[in-house]
Ligand binder design. Structure first.
Ligand SMILES: Nc1nc2c(ncn2[C@@H]2O[C@H](COP(=O)(O)OP(=O)(O)OP(=O)(O)O)[C@@H](O)[C@H]2O)c(=O)[nH]1
Ligand SMILES: [Mg+2]
Length: 284
């Protein structure tokens, strides 16, 4: 039997830990067992139970205080993650060999982990060797996505994680509840983006012809391959949590080998698609 994992990634403060905690609560409510592993050696506070915590292996504070290393916070984190990559047997001991388990990995927010450092890729390969089907879940804060040029940089961050990890990836715009009605309407076009209209939007902002050309080339590439789309997420809205989970389950084929479970009574009232989610938002 396969095992299942979500690698919860994204820039600092994008909502990764909050996502893990709401996902645990949501799954408990629908009778699904999901556990969380903290992979952030600098994290201090959690409002979910931890199955394993990287800080038992190594902590950023200890690395920074070490006189022979003399790292700052970011160098310290990179050191910790490299140490972690050399000690995956610690993780193996924590995870055990439970068939059919489902684990969320709450990752650190340093973007370099997903762009060019090898540790996340090494983790994915290790998990796959332990029979995990791994889905990348890349979170970006919707407030930083409402303008075209910010959106392009969010897309590129998600894309570099996707390309470097080579696993199915679901991209999520978090904190949708913080957007005004107008911004929510505006952001709809960025969820499944037509990059050619993004080019037009950014053409008015960018002054340099050289950058206009570069933006056009990047947008064209993204559009041609339909490489990036986003799901809306609001941690206080069960419907959006449900939609996100369905997409992830589908990506890693969770539930294929399990027995069919009776849906809860009010389950069928929940919208299962993005269109229904937005229809509800408009109706409110
Ligand atoms: N309103 C709202 N706030 C959110 C949501 N998700 C996260 N937040 C808030 O955003 C802040 C950062 O959330 P975290 O979950 O700590 O973000 P993180 O990505 O784990 O941050 P780092 O681990 O430091 O990179 C917290 O104050 C959360 O309460 C959301 O969907 N809606
Ligand atoms: Mg966090």
């Amino acid at each position: 039997m396969p095992r299942f994992a979500q690698l919860v990634m994204g820039p600092a403060g994008s909502g990764k830990s909050t996502y893990c905690s709401t996902m645990v609560q949501h799954c408990a409510a629908i009778n699904r067992s999901v556990q969380v592993v903290n992979l952030d050696p600098a994290a201090e506070y959690f409002n979910y139970p931890l199955m394993a915590d990287i800080r038992e292996l190594i902590e950023v504070d200890d690395v920074m205080e070490d006189d022979s290393l003399r790292f700052g916070p970011n160098g310290g984190l990179v050191f910790c993650m490299e140490y972690f990559a050399n000690n995956f047997d610690w993780l193996e001991d924590c995870l055990g060999h439970v068939e059919d388990d489902y684990i969320l990995f709450d990752c650190p927010g340093q973007i370099e982990l997903y762009t060019h450092l090898p540790v996340m890729k090494q983790l994915v390969e290790q998990l796959q060797q332990w029979e995990f089907r791994v889905c990348g879940v890349f979170l970006v804060d919707s407030q930083f996505m409402v303008e075209s040029f910010k959106f392009i940089s969010g897309v590129l961050a998600a894309l570099s994680a996707m390309i470097s990890l080579e696993i199915p990836q679901i991209n999520i715009m978090t904190k949708m509840d913080l957007l005004s009605k107008k911004a929510k309407k505006e952001i709809e076009k960025y969820l499944d983006p037509d990059m050619y209209s993004v080019i037009e939007d950014s053409a008015n902002i960018l002054k340099s012809t050289m950058f206009k050309k570069l933006t056009k080339a990047i947008c064209g590439l993204i559009d041609d391959y339909s490489m990036v789309r986003f799901l809306p997420y609001d941690h206080s809205d069960e419907e959006s949590i449900n939609i996100v989970l369905q997409h992830i389950d589908f990506a890693i084929q969770y539930g294929e080998d399990l027995e069919f479970k009776e849906p809860k009574e009010n389950e069928e009232d929940k919208p299962a698609t993005l269109d229904e989610y937005f229809q509800d938002q408009v109706d409110e």
